[in-house]
Design a protein around this ligand. Structure first.
Ligand code: UD1
Ligand code: CA
Length: 459
């Protein structure tokens, strides 16, 4: 950030009161997610990192969830409610008392531009330190539909025309309004309070601030940025486009930090995914929120991870599902078609094939045979399974929780374990095998006599 900007105080007003009608969703628009976190969180995170002094968030009536989300991300943010949705300038004035408290710069940002970066916010403020009264971020979108158009005269910004009010020639302007505006603190309130609603939508447009500032002989400028920085989200298509950009950025950051992504475009990350050194991620892996992968771990193809901690040198997948509360200790192995939830798998333990391990503790170096299931749910409550270190669970066993398998114990293949197994014991809990000599050839003999449905009573 420029030194002159750094020394100035700044109030940021985040507008998040819109209903997001064009999303056709019951959820408030700013709570839709990109890269695993809400649009609002993306914006507030950028705001927090850009060195501002105070933050105000404007929400709609009854949008408690939006207020809660803002409070989680920025506990210091002041929340204001815009009682009626009468446009972006009207929304900014909902935070009037914060503006009155005074700041060198007032930054008004929209809660629906999740790709904004801290450095871009600083660039927007820079002209204020140079004497401009107003600055907006401009860009040249591939498809300008829905954006306000910037009317320029040389370097000077003359006006912003909303699409609904624009003439055919104004609509042909390629330079659009990114929606973020910086106002010099001393004139901000006077400008905002002069904005009227004389337009097609009968709304108080923040964009009218430009013409008003010029009428007051103040200077307005535009700072041009890449489309990706200011993409506004009004529709589900735009949400998907923003996701694409966010994923490209996350993959790039992971690669730059030394993670091996064999086919980066097939790996989906979350904003909070954390990787250690020398991690390898094979093609087609999805990281939901809150995943940490430590040094040297390998995530094989087609695995899906959410809320999991993957320790050093662990091998996951292919086709593994790690759900929240999974903690995999150093060198452990979770193989194909294994699902783990709310479970600690200690160092060196293995579940290599076809298992469900939920609400469990698996001690170091234990071996979970193929097809083992922890039966953690009795239809009403969840129960825990504890497997001691070095235990061996034979294939296709059902461990009916709550149950404890002692250290070094051995569970025979195909057992249904309903009682605790002492350390170092053998538990066998399955039907006994019976043999009927010659039974099969007798059956075939009956069939060849033309009896389609042989009565098979001995079973
Ligand atoms: C706005 C700009 C447009 C710009 C575009 C960039 C205006 C009048 N138009 O249009 O020039 O190109 O953003 O993405 O500003 N909001 C409220 N209260 C309201 C209305 C809106 O809080 O009464 C909030 C919304 O939650 C949203 C933001 O303000 O976060 C922008 O509103 P939106 O309706 O999306 O404006 P656009 O039509 O996209
Ligand atoms: Ca918008």
């Amino acid at each position: 950030m420029e030194a002159r900007t750094r020394s100035r105080t700044c109030l940021v007003i985040v507008l998040a009161a819109g209903e997001g009608t064009r999303m056709y969703s019951a959820r408030p628009k700013v709570l839709h997610a990109v890269a695993g976190r809400s649009l609002l969180t993306h914006v507030l995170d950028a705001v927090a990192k850009s060195g501002v002094t105070a933050t105000a968030v404007v929400i709609g009536p009854g949008q408690d969830e939006v207020a809660a989300e803002a409070g989680r991300v920025l506990p210091g943010a002041a929340i204001f409610t815009q009682r009626e949705r009468r446009g972006t300038a009207h929304a900014a004035l909902a935070a009037k008392s914060a503006i009155e408290r005074g700041a060198d710069d007032i930054l008004i940002v929209y809660g629906d531009t999740p790709l904004i970066r801290p450095a871009t916010l600083s660039r927007l403020r820079a002209p204020l330190a140079g004497g401009a009264a107003l600055a907006v971020l401009s860009f040249r979108p591939a498809d300008p539909t829905g954006y306000g158009r910037l009317v320029m005269q040389g370097e000077e910004l003359i006006a912003i025309r909303e699409e609904a009010d624009a003439s055919a020639s104004e609509r042909a302007i390629a330079l659009c309004n990114g929606g973020l505006m910086a106002l010099a603190g001393n004139g901000a309130l006077a400008i905002l309070e002069r904005i009227g609603d004389h337009n097609r939508k009968r709304e108080f447009y923040l964009t009218d601030a430009v013409e008003i500032a010029r009428g007051m002989k103040l200077r307005a400028v535009a700072v041009e940025v890449e489309e990706d920085d200011v993409r506004g989200i009004n529709t589900k298509s735009q949400l998907a486009e923003a996701e694409t950009v966010a994923q490209q950025r996350l993959r790039r950051a992971a690669l730059d930090a030394g993670v091996t992504l064999i086919a980066p475009e097939t790996v989906f990350l979350s904003s909070d995914t954390k990787f250690g050194r020398d991690v390898v991620v094979e093609p087609y892996v999805i990281f939901g929120g809150k995943v940490t992968v430590e040094d040297g771990a390998v995530i094989h193809s087609f695995s899906h991870l959410v809320g999991a901690h993957v320790g050093k040198g662990v091998s996951v997948g292919p086709f593994a599902r790690l759900r929240p509360g999974t903690r995999l200790g150093e060198g452990s192995r979770i193989g194909n078609f294994v699902e783990v939830k709310e479970a600690v798998i200690e160092a060196g333990a293995k579940a290599n094939h076809l298992s469900y391990i939920g609400d469990a503790f698996v001690g170091a170096n234990a071996n979970i045979g193929a097809g083992t299931i922890t039966c953690n749910y009795d239809g009403a409550d969840k129960h825990r399974t504890t497997i001691g270190k070095d235990a061996f669970i034979g294939s296709n066993s059902a461990l009916v929780a709550p149950v404890e398998i002692g250290e070094g114990a051995y569970v025979g293949t195909g057992s249904v374990i309903t009682e605790n197994v002492p350390p170092d014991a053998l538990a066998l809990a399955r039907g006994r095998q019976t043999i009927k000599e010659g039974w099969a050839s007798r059956l075939r003999g009956l069939k060849s006599l033309g009896r389609k449905k042989a009565p098979v009573r001995e079973q």
